[in-house]
Design a protein around this ligand. Structure first.
Ligand SMILES: [Zn+2]
Length: 217
């Protein structure tokens, strides 16, 4: 998955650019017996946004409470993989409940950017038949989602037109800054360890502590 950049003097975010490359996992926690325990890892892994609609925690009033652990191979079709980190992604509860137990395109191995493209007017286009299936399964083209995309695209345009306006900057950071409650992965101790040892120190929490985290993304 591509990591968008952003920060002072940097390019403005492109929040609806779906990744065009397969997602390389950064973390590898093992051994939790409750799949909810993987959530802080997934928040960091997928940059605090839904892999399907790209909506961010910051855009929901109750932040990450509106997000859940989503299983690529559903809990029904792969009950033995319920606590397999490689089978988990991060999704908003809207997308998570829209897909229910239907197996959809794997967004980690089949990058959504190959199948979907958000237009400048907030509508979404399928580039492939799989993309159209995903749009239909998750309702990615419904009016309410198009309106939300338009709002954030307008906010970016406003920031571009008024880069030094303090009020615009405040609104902009509320929407495109990192969450305040970044999970500190170094404090978590997965029972089976971390297959990607040391990845905890590459978390966004650690980057904020080091002062290397950008203002927005
Ligand atoms: Zn979503």
């Amino acid at each position: 998955m591509n990591f968008p950049t952003g920060g002072v003097g940097e390019e403005l975010p492109d929040p609806f650019a779906y990744p065009r490359e397969a997602h390389q996992r950064r973390h590898g926690p093992v051994g939790y017996t409750n799949h909810q325990a993987f959530k802080p890892w997934l928040r960091d892994e997928f940059m605090f946004r839904c892999v399907y609609c790209l909506f961010r925690e910051a855009w929901y009033p109750d932040r990450h409470a509106s997000f859940s652990v989503d299983h690529i191979a559903s809990q029904v079709s792969a009950p033995d993989r319920i606590c397999d980190y490689a089978n988990m992604v991060y999704a908003c509860t809207r997308c998570n409940s829209a897909r229910q137990d239907v197996d959809v395109l794997d967004p980690t191995t089949s990058p959504p950017g190959v199948h979907l493209r958000v237009r400048g007017d907030g509508t979404i286009a399928a580039l492939t038949a799989e993309g159209q299936d995903l749009i239909d399964q998750l309702g990615l083209d419904v009016e309410s989602l198009v309106r939300v995309r338009c709002y954030y695209l307008d906010l970016i345009a406003l920031k571009r037109e008024h880069p030094d306006d303090a009020r615009v900057d405040r609104l902009f950071l509320q929407s495109f800054g990192y969450p305040d409650d970044l999970p500190d992965l170094t404090r978590l101790r997965p029972p089976g360890g971390n297959l990607r040892e040391g990845s905890e120190s590459t978390s966004f929490h650690s980057r904020r502590a080091e002062g290397t985290l950008r203002r927005y993304y």
